[in-house]
Ligand binder design. Structure first.
Ligand code: PMP
Ligand code: GLN
Length: 383
């Protein structure tokens, strides 16, 4: 037993980004944006770093940021949050997810998940002793399979993890689907951990609806946001959780032993960002949708079918469209090495990659036009 130091694998984002670097490829694999960092927010960080203080801030986050999160959630979603009792700052949404899952799951609890899903959920749930129950949505339109979802809930269910807008599918859950989920959450007396890091990355006039805003859900949901996504600064790792006090208590207890706090200067800058004109956040979706269209048009022109994408940084393509006959993993390695473009194999987003569909690849379009054009040109020379 001592020879097995950890059952965790290596995340696909590290694998593909290293490969991209090795081949000097245009990296449309790992999801991070280019050229959208708001100058005001960067200046606020620099000023706060200059001014200090530089010692441990309060465990729940600095008051200015907790108030800014509460004001943001009131402005965008009509939520009425007590910044002192119902908002906690974390070191990124990744920590927020770990706080929620380690804080709420007891060994043997079942957790409902919808796949394809973000890759950090299942390893943390398992390490917490939870048992994942997955249901699948499928391209091209990512319809929620309601019967499967209802069948995944039972008396053993502790919570559902709901990611909307959803990585990697780009699905945005509508009010009807959310009402269906809310009904199950209530009926089985469970909770929902709502990963809403792409809340401002919704396209084509749609709106993001937090599950927390539905009737009966205010006390049952922990809603997670990320400044990394909202302000296009993924290295900053500033996230937040909003939840009713009773639900926040075990989550905050976990946070105190995982990171305890997050750098003050970055919290200050994020507070300033959330405090600026909301129009800045409303512009993010349309800007990103233009990038989606640019890459989708380019890929379609090469023969790749592109699946519906209502939000996030990502679109899904069917690799068989260009006659590729290997697996998604082979495809992503192949285009990295041979064409100089990197994507992520879709099967990495399933609980059991061996039982996942093997003919889709995820491309990140949150890049400069020049990078998107170069990627398409490189693929065009190859296919
Ligand atoms: N959830 C989802 C769905 C994500 O795509 C990501 C990654 N960017 C995260 C959580 C983690 O966010 P953060 O960088 O704030 O830790
Ligand atoms: N969320 C990003 C993605 O899905 C990457 C996060 C990471 O590298 N861990 O690509």
């Amino acid at each position: 037993a001592n020879s097995v130091l950890s059952s965790y694998g290596t995340t696909i984002f590290t694998v593909m980004s290293q490969l991209a670097q090795q081949h000097d490829a245009v990296n449309l694999g790992q999801g991070f944006p280019e050229g959208l960092e708001p100058p005001k927010v960067l200046r606020a960080a620099a000023e706060a770093a200059e001014a200090g203080p530089h010692q441990y801030p309060p465990m729940m986050g600095i008051p200015a940021l907790r108030q800014a999160v509460a004001a943001h959630d009131r402005r965008f979603y009509g939520l009425d949050l007590d910044p002192d009792a119902e908002v906690m700052v974390t070191s990124g949404a990744t920590e927020a997810l770990a706080d929620c899952l380690f804080g709420l799951i007891e060994p043997g609890d079942e957790v409902v998940l919808i796949e394809p899903l973000y890759d950090s959920y299942v390893p943390i749930i398992r390490r917490a002793g939870g048992i994942p129950r997955t249901v699948r949505i499928a391209p091209p339109d990512w319809t929620l399979p309601r019967d499967d979802l209802a069948a995944a809930f039972s008396d053993k269910t502790k919570l559902i993890v709901l990611n909307s807008p959803m990585n990697p599918s780009g699905k945005v859950f509508d009010s009807d689907e959310l009402a269906f989920i809310a009904d199950l959450v209530e009926r089985y007396d469970t909770y929902a951990v709502c990963d809403e890091v792409y809340e401002h990355l919704v396209f084509d006039g749609r709106t993001h609806i937090p599950l927390m805003t539905l009737p009966g859900m205010r006390e049952r949901c922990a809603r997670i946001g990320s400044a990394g996504k909202t302000f296009s600064v993924t290295s900053w790792k500033v996230g937040y959780i909003v939840a009713a006090p009773a639900l926040m208590a075990p989550i905050a207890k976990t946070h105190q032993f995982l990171t305890f706090t997050t750098p003050t200067c970055l919290q200050t800058a994020v507070a300033a960002g959330l405090g600026q004109d909301p129009a800045v956040l409303e512009q993010l979706g349309p800007d990103m949708a233009a990038r989606r269209d640019r890459l989708a048009d380019g890929l379609r022109g090469l023969g790749f079918p592109v699946m519906d994408c209502a939000g996030t940084y990502f679109l899904t393509t069917d690799i068989r469209g260009v006659g590729f006959e290997g697996t998604d993993e082979e495809f992503c390695r192949h285009i990295t090495a041979e064409a100089g473009v990197t994507a992520v194999p879709f099967s990495a987003f399933y609980r059991d990659p061996a039982a996942a569909p093997r003919h889709y690849a995820r491309f990140c379009f949150a890049k400069l036009d020049s990078a998107l054009d170069e990627a398409v040109a490189r693929l065009a020379r190859h296919f």
